[in-house]
Ligand binder design. Sequence first.
Ligand code: ACO
Length: 328
Amino acid sequence: MNGIPVGILGTGKYAPERRLTNQDLERMVDTNDEWIVSRTGIRERRIAAEHEATSDLAYEASVRALAAAGITADQLDLIIVATITPDMFFPSTACILQDRLGAKKAAAFDLSAACSGFIYGLANASGFIALGTYKYALVIGADTLSRITDYTDRNTCVLFGDGAGAVVIGAVPEGRGFQSFELGADGSGGEHLRLPGGGSRVPSSERSVAERQHFMQMNGREVFKFAARIMGNAADEALRKAGVSKEEIDLLIPHQANIRIIQSSLERLNLPPEKCVINVDKYGNMSAASIPLALAEAVEEGRVKDGDRIVLVGFGGGLTWGASVLVW
Ligand code: ACO
């Protein structure tokens, strides 16, 4: 990539305390642990407390990422929050977070690319740093999907959870950091994964609420087919741009939507499971939070070593996708 080399200086994660297990879901809808585990790999998810909103999850992850990077909030030049569940339409979750962190000089905005949002955010923020416009940026993936999940719909309610992951990015030595980004979108598939109500097309009304339009709607089979194809394509393209071969990958950090989608990416990249971070069993799909939380967890567990070549890859509503190759 051109310009100043940019990489990750610190990571942080936060998952709410409350666990929603498959057994809990068995009591809520017509489902069972065996179906959920065999089709998705998910055993439990975290659910935000009543008083917690997306900015609260983002705040906890951010404080940890700042501490890990060894910088203070007032040194930040930019905050990007990737989310599809902002606290409210506006002010942005990034502005709410900027105030709470005391990041007085930071520009702040939200970014909407669903589960690909964190990689979109990294690509945006690293562009500013590579050009020398900014020195430090905080990029967060945070989602409180439990607030837009219909817990009477077994097709979706077993899949999603809440959480946040954050990274501080800045200049790194030559040869380190992000080697490539691959971002893409196919808006023609938008109908397969959407939340139609509450926007300017279907404003909130008694009718929109009665029709449950404020909950996520998903065509699972179509999303599955798209994901299985695009995860491999996006990773291949990011590797090609970076000049890194599949054999050189040390760690794959994929979006955690479904164990079968992760397995198909592993097959496509010809990687053994030990080279992949998998935590979908513990958290379910947390949209934009899945990749940064998995990265932070891998760092905490000592799975990420100096000089490792890491591939991040995700897909999501939009439809969107994103991948990046980085050297730790
Ligand atoms: N428990 C029991 N049965 C269920 C459940 C459930 N929770 N959910 C669906 N079923 C039933 C269906 O009704 C269907 O029954 P039918 O054949 O009588 O109609 C049957 O199980 C099989 O359904 P399929 O859709 O074929 O199941 P599939 O193997 O495709 O798995 C799943 C469904 C897990 C949703 C899968 O399609 C998937 O993971 N898709 C991708 C979803 C995804 O990743 N979404 C998030 C995108 S990220 C973002 O932007 C938020």
